[in-house]
Structures are given as C-alpha cells and as structure tokens.
Design a protein around this ligand. Structure first.
Ligand code: NAI
Length: 360
C-alpha cells in the first residue's frame, strides 16, 4: 500500500480552499492512486467554517483521503475505535494552530493571506502578508517534512514566496514556488477559443514575471497540434496581419486582465480555476511535464534570460523526478525583452517594499 502524502492547504475555509480540497481528495493533484492526508489551516474567526469543510470532506467519502495505520497506544490516546485490524488516523486535520497544521507535511499550498480591501494602501497589504508569511515560514521550517515542496497562491504571490524562502532557510530554494499556472492556463484557453482548436492541442505559452497585471503572456513559442502536424501559433494566424497584431496587444491584455474580468462577472475572484491550476502546478512538478512541453512556474531566479537573481519570477520550466529546470535558449525579440524587464522591475520594487515592511 502506498503511504499517504500529507498536504497542507492554508486559508482552507476560503473560496479557493473550498474548491481545492475536494480536487486534492479526488486525486487531481497527485494522481488517482495516491492516498493523501489533508492538513487544513485557517484563522480563529474562520474556525467554524473550517469545521464545516472538514464535515463535508468526511461526508463526501473520498477513498483517497485516508490516514496511516496507528499503533495500539496512539489509537487509545486518540480515542479511536479499535477493530481486529487496528485503526487508521483521520485523513483530515483541520486546525487554527499553525504548528499542528505544518507537522510533517510533504506539500504546502499557501492560499491564506490578507486581502486588499477598498482604500487600503499597497504597503499596508504587503506589510500584513509579510508578517503572515514570516510566521508560516518559521512553522514550516520547524515542523514540515524534509524536502517539503511549497506553492504560494496568496497575493502578492511572488513576494510572499520570497519572504517564505527568507524565513525557512532549511527548505531548499528550489522547493519554494508561486502560482502563475492560472495565467498560463488562461493563455492556453484564449488561444484555443480564438483559433477554435482543442485546448489540449495547444502548448508552450509562457508567463514571464509577476503574478500581477505587468506579467507578460508570451505566445511566440506556442504551438498547436493540427492534422498537418505541430504548427506555431504565429504561423496559424500568419496570413492575417490584424490577427498577428492582436497577438501582441489584445491577447496580452486579455490574459493580464482576466482576473479582473472574472471579478466583474462573478462578483468574486477566480476560485475554481485557481484551485485547478494549483493542482496542475503540483502534479507536473511532482510527476513531471510531458515530453516536449513546458509550463510556467514562479521560481527563484538564477539569472536566466538576464533576470536579476534573487527575485521569484515566472519562467518556462520543465519538470522531471520532482525537480524543475528553466527552459534555456529561447529566442527573445525586442518586444518581449521590454515586457520581461518591465515585470522584473516591478518585482524588484516589490521586493524592496517587502523588506522595508520587515524592518518596521
Ligand atoms: P478568501 O478570502 O476567500 O480566502 C482566504 C482565506 O485565508 C480565508 O478563509 C481567511 O480566513 C484565510 N486566512 C487569512 N489569514 C490567514 C492566515 N494567517 N493563516 C491561514 N489562513 C488565513 O480568498 P480566496 O479567493 O480563496 O483567495 C486566496 C488568495 O489567493 C488571495 O490572496 C488571492 O488574491 C489569491 N489568488 C491568487 C491567484 C494566483 O493565481 N496566484 C489566483 C486567485 C487568487
């Protein structure tokens, strides 16, 4: 029997959390055969709601959501019924205690954070999140399983991940990432809609930079599988100068502003697509990207493509054996260079804002 993987979801009583935990329990993150134990963390005011989510997870009777066999003493301590086969610990931990939530987790999906409310200054939001991520980094540092993989979803995602890296020095920097897969998937979705092709036939878009409106969705290397073989997206719209122009303007703006468009339509921010993309991010990281395709992940820059080292920046990556590597050698045109540098500049500014919040 495969032993269960412990997955932490912070902010689990929130909207993304509510969409994400059943996906994990159904195998969307680690595959249909991998048992999981869900560790759900939220803050005290959300404790009742969190309890409700736990009740629903039990009611849904997910077969993958199962704990490890316990020894007799542990069964007695936890007041579990004993059968002639021993007993099993629960597949769900729901808590407001960050140390308990982080205990022995193999994967941490950090969704909890302080939202920007009307009239709030950027610096105030940053300051609240910096202190949350500093505290949670220390808890992961002390209690998580060795080699724990971390995905930060909560905004400002890149800078929260950077703070987490700073305060969890024993977690390798390669293990700390942030979510730009939603933007990546949005770009695939837009190409599929516009060219009227199946989304599964589109690949190799890139999101460069920050998970913010300065991100650069780059379609220059994207391809579509057609009946005549794999074709670059630019070739498919080649005959039409107007469409080519759209690729560099309207397409980029649509992907950059998709989050705002969802809020306008739903009166709530994206939740199911964010949750699904978080599963995609971890699944590809752990199980590997398919041959010939890459995905976008916010990772610690090593200076590739002239991006300043020391910021968390979204790059095209391939994954193998649980490790990502940045795709090298892609040709970057002048238009792209400008956009990639602009989003890097914003991240460098965000980094100094975050560090100034740490000081006081
Ligand atoms: P939400 O407000 O519905 O849920 C957030 C949850 O976090 C709440 O239950 C809240 O009580 C909890 N929380 C707050 N402080 C916490 C702490 N210190 N520890 C644990 N839990 C805490 O928000 P939603 O819609 O679920 O979004 C969550 C975050 O994800 C937001 O920051 C949002 O901006 C971000 N986001 C990021 C995306 C990405 O692609 N990177 C996409 C969509 C949203």
């Amino acid at each position: 029997v495969q032993s269960a993987v412990r997955i932490l979801v912070t902010g689990a009583a929130g909207q993304i959390g509510y969409a994400l935990v059943p996906m994990i329990a159904k195998g969307a993150m680690l595959g249909p055969d991998q048992p999981v134990i869900l560790h759900m963390l939220d803050i005290k005011p959300a404790a009742e709601a969190l309890k409700g989510v736990k009740m629903e997870l039990i009611d849904a009777a997910f077969p993958l959501l199962k704990g490890m066999p316990l020894n007799l003493q542990d069964c007695l301590t936890m007041g579990r019924f004993l059968t002639s086969y021993g007993c099993i610990i629960a597949g769900v931990v729901a808590t407001t205690d960050v140390a308990e939530a982080c205990k022995d987790v193999n994967i941490a999906v950090m969704v909890g954070g302080f939202p920007r409310t009307e009239g709030m200054e950027r610096k105030d939001v940053m300051s609240k999140n910096v202190s949350i991520y500093k505290a949670q980094a220390s808890a992961l540092e002390q209690h998580a399983a060795p080699n724990c993989k971390v995905l930060v979803v909560a905004n400002p995602a890149n800078s929260n991940a950077l703070i987490l890296k700073e305060f969890a020095p024993s977690i390798p920097e390669k293990n700390i990432t942030c979510l730009t897969r939603l933007d990546h998937n949005r770009a695939l979705g837009q190409i599929s809609e516009r060219l009227n092709v199946h989304v599964g036939d589109v690949k190799n878009v890139i999101i460069w930079g920050n998970h913010s409106s300065t991100q650069y969705p780059d379609v220059n290397h994207a391809t579509v599988m057609t009946s005549a073989g794999e074709k670059p997206v630019s070739e498919l719209v080649h005959d039409d100068q107007w469409q080519l122009h759209l690729l560099n303007s309207e397409f980029v703006a649509t992907v950059q502003q998709r989050g705002a468009a969802i809020i306008k339509a739903r009166k709530l921010s994206s939740a199911l697509s964010a949750a699904s993309s978080a599963c995609d991010h971890i699944r590809d990281w752990v199980l590997g990207t398919p041959q010939g395709s890459w995905v976008s992940m916010g990772v610690y820059s090593d200076g590739s493509y002239g991006i300043q080292p020391g910021i968390i920046y979204s790059f095209p990556v391939t994954c193998q054996k649980g490790e990502w590597s940045i795709v090298q050698g892609l040709k970057i045109d002048e238009f792209s260079r400008e956009k990639m540098d602009a989003t890097a500049k914003e991240l460098i500014e965000e980094k100094s804002l975050a560090y100034s919040c740490l000081k006081g």
